[in-house]
Design a protein around this ligand. Structure first.
Ligand code: SF4
Length: 216
């Protein structure tokens, strides 16, 4: 297998510009109305397709409307609404426990800073960044999901497989104006062209710049 190749800074800037232009209409993919719904949907979406989450949240949010509704929920009843997601039981516990803490410590309001979001059960940096960006318009990082991990490596933007390190590498390369949507741009590129098993390098707009790490 060939050695990992990191893309040169100038080329990386070009790659990012091309992708940002191509997928300029992408937007966050979970449906929500307000910080609470986003927090719940984001917890449910871990290792689960967004379409599955978007299918079940309308009924869920019709029944559970407030932080108190979730904090006081009966786990078995709540599970009935979300059983199609992976790890449903543990996500239900995270949602209930999160909302208990939000009620007690934050007066029923979803925290709008990284440190306090990270203190909540089931919330890692990816979810915290997602909530900050999409619910509060605060952009202090780049959410790193499985597509970001995979494509950052392939394109040579980061040689790490660890989300926190990848985020730091990306923040060095990606202009801040692109942070908000960068994860969704990569995800779209992964869906349309750079698929996991058989990326379509021949039609890829960055094929002359991409080192194609790990692609045969
Ligand atoms: S499709 Fe090929 S050329 Fe394009 S980003 Fe993926 S690996 Fe690189």
């Amino acid at each position: 297998m060939s050695e990992f190749a990191l893309i040169e800074h100038k080329k990386a800037e070009k790659v990012i510009e091309i992708l940002e232009n191509k997928y300029r209409n992408v937007k966050y993919y979970l449906n929500f109305d307000g910080p609470l719904q986003l927090l719940v949907a984001a917890i449910l979406s871990a290792q689960t397709k967004d379409t599955v989450v978007n299918e079940l949240t309308p009924e869920l949010f019709k029944k559970y409307k407030t932080v108190e509704d979730f904090s006081g929920a009966d786990p078995v009843s709540l599970l009935n609404y979300v059983k199609k997601v992976s790890f449903a039981e543990s996500k239900v516990n995270h949602i209930i426990n999160c909302c208990k803490i939000i009620n007690k410590k934050y007066n029923g309001k979803i925290p709008n800073d990284m440190e306090n979001l990270l203190s909540l059960p089931g919330i890692g940096r990816k979810t915290a960044n997602t909530i900050l960006i999409n619910a509060f318009g605060i952009v202090e990082g780049i959410p790193v999901d499985t597509w970001v991990i995979k494509l950052s490596y392939r394109i040579g933007l980061s040689k790490s497989k660890k989300p926190d390190e990848i985020e730091n590498d990306l923040k060095e390369i990606v202009a801040k104006k692109y942070w908000k949507n960068f994860a969704y741009v990569l995800k779209e590129h992964g869906h349309q062209i750079c698929q996991s098993i058989k990326p379509e390098c021949e039609i890829c707009p960055i094929n002359e710049l991409c080192p194609k790490n790990g692609v045969n």
